[in-house]
Write a protein that binds this ligand. Sequence first.
Ligand code: AMP
Ligand code: MG
Length: 342
Amino acid sequence: MTNSPVAFIDIGTSRLDVVESLETSGALEIPKPLDALSGNELVRKAQIGKVGTEVLRYLTNAFTGRGFTWLLPVIFSKSTDPLWPDPGASIEKRVETEIYGETVRTTLSMIIHKLVACSTAYPKFFVLSPNVRIERRERKATGWHAYEFTQLDFELAGAGFRDVRRLVEAVIAGLVSHVKKRAERELKSLGRYGSLKTPETPFRVYDREDLEAKYEGRWEVSLPQDIREPVWVTNIPREFYDFEDAATGRWDNYDLFLPKYGEVLSGARREWEYGKIVAKMERDGVKKENYTLLLTLAKEGKLKPSAGAGIGVERLMTWVAGARHVGEVQAFPKVPGVVYEL
Ligand code: AMP
Ligand code: MG
């Protein structure tokens, strides 16, 4: 791997300042590697591992049981998520290397692959996808960021927010019931059994504009402290692939927030029209040459309308287990700014 950052988009200073204000600086204990854990800490680690196993068992059954095809992930591609503009993104560097004379990047997310897969052979699928995001080191203190993590990334042709909402709400509610049944002993020992309640559906939906007005801009940090149930937030300006209504300026996208913790899912109905995608890339300074295949498909009318989302698997496990840091649910913690041997 080269150590040089990949300059395929520009991250403006003002955007980073906004992100910086989201950072918390509490005295959170940084998750330790396996070899540094005490006997009691190893027991706790194993209990979280059992809870995580039940989360994975339930999620994969829920999606395959609903007819989703299960794909395996990719690590290296010429094209990956620009992660720009996204008010939540804060990347220190982008990892790229050369293989077979070609420059490839490690997966930031599989969104580009999802759009192509969903428009061709796989109209309904999910993938457990490792993402490498070298988050700014200050983010170790949020307890909510890792520099390697996994998305349960799914996409559904011809779908909209209503379909995704119904699916995700059923999955989250079912997941809590399942884990409470299958890992009761572990949840009790972790002190989480009583406080983890099956959420009531449907979840409430907030518009980002209303939250900005209420919280004066810092809604991503304040909202999770104010809610008792998971809630949706819609209409968030971000990357070109999320659908933006040209007439109203409204974004047909959605994030799911968990009480006390924060964002666990981002998703959207997608753009599929060539002219709109190009205009948004030009507006945002995203290099079109990194998205040749996607643009060709769109130009030929082969990109299909779809909707989907990515669920942060470690974040979901952290919430279910009541863990303090997302690195605690990782066997090999990948905490921003902290590089262990394994
Ligand atoms: P995004 O589309 O960028 O919001 O990513 C999808 C989901 O992945 C988010 O909603 C989070 O749950 C999860 N995620 C994003 N970044 C991280 C990170 N650095 N560490 C752990 N989970 C993350
Ligand atoms: Mg997000």
